[in-house]
Design a protein around this ligand. Structure first.
Ligand code: SF4
Length: 690
C-alpha cells in the first residue's frame, strides 16, 4: 500500500507491505521529495503501530486512577463534563488543542466541532509553536503563506542556498538529495549537522550569538545594497517598501554586525558575495528559513528580515530561485489551513472576515453569527486553563504539550487545574497521563486521509492495516461527542473522503483552495498543489510567478528592527537553545517507543563547548543540571569544541525531569504569538550525587 511517513513535513513516500512484528514493513518509494530516501525515523515507523503500551481501551479517571471503560461511558463522561463547564462558564469554558500531525480531515473536523458543536473560540494547536512566525512573515510579504511556494525538486538546480536556522541534515535528511550541488551558507548559532556539511563542502557557516540572527540578515542586506548586488529591476517592478528597509540596513555595516553577532566581517561579506554574485550571474539562489530563526519572541521580524534579503536579491517568484520555509510537522502546512488555528477558518481564511464567515457557515449549515470570533493562541490558551477567566475543560487531539510547550512545568500545572482534561491519542503520552478521560484513536497506517506537505502538495495517506480492536478514529470520536452535544450526526461525517469533500467546499474561494484536488485525482497519481480551484485546474506548484497575493500583486518589504536578546547575567551566563535530533521527533511520544531510536538517542543531553563545561566543573558524560529562571532540567554533558562558548543546546524530545522545555521562555512574538523557544539564559551545575 502506497502512503507516506507519519512524521515530518517532508512526508517521504513509502510502501507498506503486510508482515513483520508490527503488521507491516516499510520501504521507501521513489517520489520527487524524498527520491527513494527515508531517515531512520521513517524506516522504523511501523514499530509505533505495535507499541507495547498502545492504547486500545478508553480510560476514565476514578478514585485518582485511569481505569478502562466502554466507549459509551467515556464519551458520556466527556459530554457531561463539557455541559457542566459551559453551564458554569459559557461556551468558552471549553477549549480545544489540536496538532500539526493531524490529517487535513481531522484538523478540519476538529475546527468545525469546536466552532459548531462547542461554540467556543478557545481553539488553537501546537503548530503555533512550530512555523507560525514564518506563516505571519509570509502573509505580510507575499499576501499568503505556503511553506515552499515551489516544488522541492527545484532546489536541485540551485547554485547557492542560504539556510537560516534550518538543519535538514538531522530533521529531514532525504531533503539533502536536492542540495548535492549547491553551495550552502548556513546561519546557526550551533555547528549543526547541516552547518558541518556546509563547511565540509566548501560552503560557509555563520555562527551568530543566539538571538542575533536578525542582525545577520540586516548585515547581509547592507552588503547586498552597498555593493549593488540587489536586483533593482525586480525590486522596482514587483515589490513595495524597499526604501525604508534599505535605510534601516544602511545602519548595519559589517563591523557593527560583527560586534553584535560575533559573525566576522570577512565571513559576512563572503556570504553576501556568494548570494549577490550568483544572483548577478543568473544562477539559482534560494533563501530557506527554519525554526532556528522563527522560534523567537521576535521570530516574525527575524523571518521578515530574511525575506527582505530574498526580495532584494529578486528571488521570490523567479524561476529557479526563491524563498521558502521548511515547515516542520507532518501536516504543519495543512494543519494551518483548515481551521484549527484560533484566528482562522477553512481555506486559510481569517475568522474575522465577514465574507469568510458567511461562506463557511453556509457549508456548515449554521448561521454566520453563531460562529465564535478569534480566541486565545496556543500558549495563552494553555496559560489560562483553570483560571477564573479561562477554560475549565480542554480537549487535546494529537499533541503532547506537557513535553512540547514552553515553560512546561507551568503548563502541566495549568492542565492539572482543569475540571476536565480529555486526551485523544495512540499511546499514553505525558499529557494523556494527566487526563480525566483518555480516548484511544487510530494512527497513520490504520487510516485514510490526506496530508499537505511542506510544498503545499496534497498527499494521500492510505490505510494498510486495520486498527486494533477497541480503537476509534478521531472522526468517530468527534461525531460521538457532537451527537451527545445535540448536533445532528450527519453534520459530523466519519468517512474521511466525505469530510475531505466538505473541506474542499469550505475552502472554495479561500487562499488555500482545494476544490479541484479530488481524491480520485490524487489516487490517479496527479501532483496537485493548492490553490487548485476546479477539477480541470492543474494546481499551482510554483506561486508568485506573475504576481504576489496582495491586491496590487506586489510583494512587500517589511521594515524590522533589531532588539537585543534577553541578556545573560552572572547567575545565568549561557544561552540555551532547544531543538530536534535525528533519532527523535517532536515530544518523542511516538519515537521514544521505537527501540532503535531510543537506543540511538536515549535521553536529554546538553551540548556544550569543553571549556564552558570545565568552567562549570563538568566533563563529557557527566550529569548536569541546567538551570534557567523558569526552572531546571537534567541532562548528560556532551562536549563539542565547535559550540560557541556562550551557548548550549538541548533536544526537547524527552519527558519528566529531562524536559528541555522546563527551561524555555513563554514570551510571545507580538504578531505570530510564537514563544521564545530558541533563547534562554541558563547556567550549568554538576548534578550532585549522580
Ligand atoms: Fe522522511 Fe521526515 Fe519521515 Fe524522516 S521523518 S522519513 S525525513 S518524512
Amino acid at each position: 500500500m502506497d502512503t507516506h511517513c507519519p512524521y515530518c513535513a517532508l512526508q517521504c513516500a513509502t510502501t507498506l507491505t503486510p508482515g513483520g512484528p508490527s503488521g507491516v514493513t516499510v520501504a521507501p518509494r521513489d517520489f520527487p521529495t524524498n527520491r527513494g530516501g527515508l531517515c531512520r525515523k521513517g524506516w522504523t515507523a511501523p514499530a509505533v503501530l505495535a507499541a507495547p503500551d498502545r492504547l486500545t481501551t478508553p480510560l476514565v479517571r476514578s478514585a485518582g486512577e485511569l481505569r478502562p471503560t466502554s466507549w459509551e461511558h467515556a464519551l458520556d463522561v466527556v459530554a457531561r463534563g463539557i455541559a457542566d463547564a459551559q453551564q458554569k462558564g459559557g461556551a468558552d469554558a471549553v477549549g480545544v488543542f489540536g496538532g500539526g500531525g493531524l490529517t487535513n480531515e481531522k484538523a478540519y473536523l476538529l475546527g468545525k466541532f469546536a466552532r459548531v458543536a462547542l461554540g467556543t473560540s478557545q481553539l488553537d494547536y501546537n503548530g503555533r509553536f512550530c512555523m507560525s512566525s514564518a506563516a505571519a512573515a509570509g502573509l505580510r510579504a507575499f499576501g499568503l503563506d505556503r511553506g515552499l511556494p515551489f516544488p522541492l525538486a527545484d532546489l536541485g538546480g540551485a547554485d547557492v542556498v542560504l539556510l537560516a536556522g534550518a538543519n535538514p541534515a538531522e530533521t529531514m535528511p532525504p531533503l539533502l538529495a536536492h542540495l548535492t550541488t549547491a553551495q550552502l551558507v548556513v546561519v546557526d548559532p550551533r555547528r549543526s549537522a547541516t552547518a558541518q556539511l556546509a563547511v565540509d563542502r566548501g560552503g560557509m557557516h555563520l555562527q551568530p550569538a543566539p538571538g542575533t540572527d536578525l542582525a545577520v540578515a540586516l548585515g547581509l542586506l547592507h552588503v547586498v545594497f552597498t555593493e549593488g548586488w540587489w536586483d533593482r529591476d525586480y525590486v522596482l517592478e514587483r515589490t513595495r517598501g524597499v526604501e525604508e528597509v534599505r535605510q534601516a540596513a544602511a545602519a548595519w555595516w559589517p563591523e557593527r554586525v560583527e560586534r553584535v553577532t560575533g559573525v566576522g566581517v570577512g565571513d559576512l561579506r563572503r556570504a553576501a558575495a556568494a548570494l549577490g554574485a550568483a544572483r548577478r550571474d543568473g544562477a539559482g539562489v534560494y533563501v530557506l528559513t527554519g525554526r532556528g530563526v522563527e522560534q523567537h519572541a521576535n521570530g516574525t521580524a527575524t523571518t521578515s528580515a530574511f525575506i527582505n534579503l530574498a526580495l532584494a536579491l529578486g528571488l521570490p517568484g523567479n524561476p529557479g530561485r526563491g524563498y521558502g520555509c521548511l515547515t516542520g510537522q507532518g501536516n504543519g502546512q495543512g494543519g494551518r489551513e483548515h481551521g484549527q488555528k484560533s484566528d482562522q477558518l477553512p481555506g486559510y481564511r481569517r475568522i474575522d472576515d465577514p465574507a469568510a464567515r458567511a461562506h463557511v457557515a453556509e457549508v456548515w449549515g449554521v448561521p454566520a453569527d453563531s460562529l465564535p470570533g478569534p480566541g486565545r493562541t496556543a500558549y495563552e490558551l494553555l496559560d489560562a486553563l483553570g483560571t477564573p477567566a479561562g477554560p475549565r475543560a480542554l480537549l487535546v487531539f494529537g499533541s503532547n504539550p506537557v513535553v512540547s510547550a514552553p515553560r512546561a512545568a507551568h503548563v502541566e500545572e495549568r492542565l492539572s487545574a482543569l475540571d476536565l482534561l480529555v486526551v485523544a491519542d495512540v499511546v499514553p503520552s505525558e499529557t494523556a497521563r494527566l487526563a480525566d478521560v483518555v480516548l484511544p484513536v487510530t494512527q497513520w497506517a490504520e487510516e485514510d486521509g490526506t496530508m499537505t506537505n511542506l510544498e503545499g502538495r496534497v498527499l494521500r495517506r492510505r490505510r494498510a492495516v486495520p486498527p486494533p480492536d477497541g480503537v476509534r478514529s478521531d472522526l468517530e470520536v468527534l461525531r460521538g461527542l457532537a451527537e451527545r452535544l445535540g448536533q445532528p450526526a450527519e453534520r459530523f461525517p466519519t468517512d474521511p473522503s466525505e469530510v475531505y469533500d466538505e473541506l474542499r467546499a469550505a475552502s472554495a474561494g479561500g487562499v488555500a483552495d482545494y476544490r479541484g484536488i479530488e481524491w480520485a485525482r490524487l489516487d490517479a497519481g496527479e501532483a496537485l498543489y493548492w490553490p487548485c480551484p476546479d477539477r480541470t485546474h492543474p494546481g499551482t506548484p510554483r506561486m508568485f510567478t506573475e504576481r504576489f497575493a496582495h491586491p496590487d500583486g506586489l510583494a512587500r518589504f517589511v521594515p524590522v528592527e533589531f532588539t537585543p536578546p534577553d541578556a545573560t547575567s552572572a547567575d545565568y551566563p549561557l544561552y540555551a537553545t532547544v531543538g530536534r535530533t535525528l533519532a527523535q521527533y517532536q515530544s518523542g511520544a511516538q519515537t521514544r517507543r521505537v527501540p532503535e531510536l531510543t537506543a540511538a538517542e536515549p535521553g536529554t543531553y546538553v551540548e556544550v563547548h569543553p571549556d564552558t563545561a570545565a568552567l562549570a566543573g563538568l566533563a563529557d558524560g557527566d550529569l548536569a543540571r541546567v538551570v534557567a529562571r523558569n526552572g531546571a532540567t537534567r541532562a548528560t554533558v556532551r562536549t563539542d569544541a565547535r559550540m560557541r562558548q556562550d551557548t548550549v543546546f538541548l533536544p526537547f524530545h524527552f519527558p519528566g525531569e529531562e524536559r528541555a522545555n522546563l527551561l524555555t521562555d513563554p514570551r510571545l512574538d507580538p504578531v505570530s504569538r510564537m514563544p521564545e523557544l530558541k533563547l534562554c539564559p541558563v547556567r550549568l551545575e554538576p548534578l550532585a550525587g549522580e
